[in-house]
Structures are given as C-alpha cells and as structure tokens.
Design a protein around this ligand. Structure first.
Ligand code: AHG
Ligand code: MN
Ligand code: MN
Length: 359
C-alpha cells in the first residue's frame, strides 16, 4: 500500500514546491493511511544529513560519509537501468588482481572518484579497481578505501550488489589495521537501496526513498549472539582446512550433532548481500583460507572488504576472525592484500575460533 510523506515547513515559508528538498522540512513523517493519518502519524522520519549532524563526530568526517552516500545514490541510479543500457557486460580488461572488470565496476569507480574529488576533506583514494592509491589532492585529512561494486559477477542476474568503503586518517599512511578505521559502511543495491554505516560505537541503517533521500530505518543494529544460519561457498569444500571442515560438518549434522540445533545455509555470493542479512538478523559469513586461495592470502580484500565489514559487525555486537586473529588486528603489507574472513553472530564466530584453536 502506498503512503504519504508529510513535511512540516518552517513558519512563513511562502514558496512551497512539491520538489522541495526534505532537508527544508522541520519535521517529516510517513504514513500508510493517507490524509487521515494527520491524526495518527506513524513515525517521525530522520534523514541521513540530520542524523549525521547529530553525531558527536568531526563534521569533516561526517562529510566523508555524506560523499560516499551521495556516490551510492548515483551508482544505484545507474544500476537500475544497466540491463537496458547494456552496461552489465565485461569492460574488456582485468583489474590489478587479474579479475575481469565489468563496465559497471569501472563506472562505479569513476562515480566515487568524482564525488571524492569534490570533497576537500578527502586526499587519498584506494580502490579495488585502481592499481595504486590515488593522491587526489594534498589537503584533506581522510583516506577512503573502497570496493566500488561488490558482487559484480551477480550483475547480469539482477541480484543484490553493493559498494563497500572504509575511512582512515590519511596522515597515518596507507597500511593501517582495521582497528584504526574512523568510519565504514556499505550501500546494498537490492529491492531497496540500503546504506549501513558506523563511526565505531554503533551501526545505523538507512533506506533510500523515492525522492533520493536516505531515511533512517534502524538506529542501532544488534546482531543476535546466537544464530542458526551460515553462509559459505560450499563448492570449495574439498579445498577447506580442518577447522572450516569441522565447523560446517557440525552445522550440517544439525540437531543430531554437537551443535544440538538445525542450521540453514544461505549464500548470495555478493559479500554485501550476505553481510547485510547477518547485520539484520544474525548468522555467520565465511570466506576462509583454503588450499587454493592460501597462496594469495585468501579471497577477500582486507582494506575495502574485510575491514569495513568487520568494523560494522563489531559495532553491531558481532565478531570477526581470520581464524587466528581479529580481522581488525591484521596489519596490511599492501593495499590490495587479501585476508580470510569469518564474521557475524558472536557465538558462531567463537565456535570457529575454537576449531582453529584445536589445530
Ligand atoms: P567483487 O565482485 O568485488 O570481486 O567481490 C566478490 C566477492 C564477494 O562479494 C563474494 O563473497 C565473493 O567474491 C564470492 O566469490 P566466489 O564466487 O569466487 O566464491
Ligand atoms: Mn568485492
Ligand atoms: Mn568489486
């Protein structure tokens, strides 16, 4: 059912227009029941810019968050029409990691670079799609590391993909552990576009409305400690180490095994979609070291996949590990470094850690 968005204007506003930005409203709410709702407003809405302004965080840092949010709004618009414009095709070249780039990987990277260029607070861009870190300008205290389009192999089948990003102090260099992150987030481009962000202590979720404004939909995400859902690429089972093998075998055994409860397996194959599910309702996501990816250090990238997701999960009360240490404690040796990633509900991650502890 459709609804109505109510906007309360400041006193003496003479030039009301339906296209007026919501930031001009002194209060906004949404109601499903139409005009009668005036007597029964369903909820007061908070928009991203207002929420950011209310955080006790340096406004320069919140401007970086806004820049990434604005870039994601533009990427979402491109993705909506990508199948029609034929942009889901391969770009015809590979990135520094030897992976085939899709046209949209390159387009998303360019959109982010354009937005970052306009923000004087950001001096350095690290991207999955760029071989080297780009020193955009001399001034600016922040570095953004990003996976502009995560899960791009899912683009041709219209499955949720996303943009992941990490914010660091640019003066501290390129190779900082995840624990040094000043903020992180992702946009998930699904049936709705979600933006999930953190400055460390908590994680909040926003949903993009029809007017292109992010509206707060969950102020403090809380990953349940216990869960019965796991996400792993099962096709790699023969390559797994003993710890992964042992943990997953216990889950598969369900109520007849030592876990004593039945598990479900869920795997989208876009990290953003799999981690979004976990932030919303719990579970565990695993891309462990295996005999094939061990030479590269794992599958996922530390700076712009493992670290931002690990910070978000920690902010929501979850846990992360490489198997040996918290993902957030790994000190990178290069910007495109890969890392094993296990994250999600604390009890499940602890079970995986216990398996690694037995080795
Ligand atoms: P990207 O599209 O940015 O290269 O990342 C894809 C990642 C991640 O989204 C997902 O969890 C993982 O790759 C899936 O990889 P496999 O299909 O190779 O298992
Ligand atoms: Mn990715
Ligand atoms: Mn990517």
């Amino acid at each position: 059912m459709g609804g109505i968005i109510w906007c309360v204007l400041p006193p003496h506003t003479m030039d009301f227009s339906p296209l007026m930005p919501k930031s001009d409203c002194v209060a906004v709410w949404y109601s499903e029941s139409g005009r009668n709702s005036f007597h029964n407003p369903r909820a007061i809405m908070t928009i991203l810019s207002d929420w950011l302004a209310a955080q006790s965080v340096d406004p320069k840092l919140t401007s970086v968050m806004m820049t990434m949010a604005n870039a994601s709004i533009e990427i979402a618009a491109v993705l909506r029409h990508a199948a029609i414009t034929g942009q889901t095709r391969l770009a015809g070249h590979t990135n520094v990691q030897g992976e085939a780039q899709k046209a949209l990987d390159v387009i998303s990277n360019d959109i982010i670079a354009n937005h970052i260029e306009k923000n004087p607070e950001i001096s350095i861009l690290v991207s999955e799609e760029l071989n080297e870190a780009v020193h955009i300008k001399n001034q600016g205290a922040y570095l953004v590391a990003t996976d502009p389009l995560d899960g791009s192999s899912n683009l041709d089948v219209n499955v949720t993909v996303g943009t992941i990003f990490s914010i660091l102090d640019a003066r501290k260099g390129l190779l900082q552990p995840g624990s040094a992150q000043l903020g992180a987030g992702y946009a998930a481009y699904g049936p709705a576009t979600s933006l999930v962000i953190t400055f460390g202590p908590s994680a909040a979720a926003f949903t993009l409305d029809d007017q292109g404004v992010f509206v707060l939909t969950a102020e403090k995400l809380n990953i349940p400690v216990a869960s019965a859902e796991y996400a792993i690429n099962m096709a790699r089972e023969r390559l797994w180490d003993a710890a992964t093998m042992g943990y997953v075998a216990e889950n598969v055994a369900g109520e007849t095994g030592p876990a004593g409860k039945r598990y479900n397996m869920r795997w989208v194959g876009s990290m953003v979609a799999d981690v979004h599910r976990i932030l919303m309702r719990g579970g565990i996501f695993m891309y462990p070291l295996d005999s094939e990816n061990a030479a590269k250090g794992g599958r996922l990238r530390l700076l712009y996949e493992g670290n931002p997701m690990a910070l978000l999960v920690a902010a929501a009360g979850g846990r992360s590990t490489t198997g040996r240490q918290s993902v957030l404690d790994v000190v990178p040796t290069n910007i495109h470094q890969r890392v094993p990633v296990v994250l999600g509900s604390a009890d499940e991650v602890k079970r995986v850690e216990a398996w690694y502890g037995r080795e």
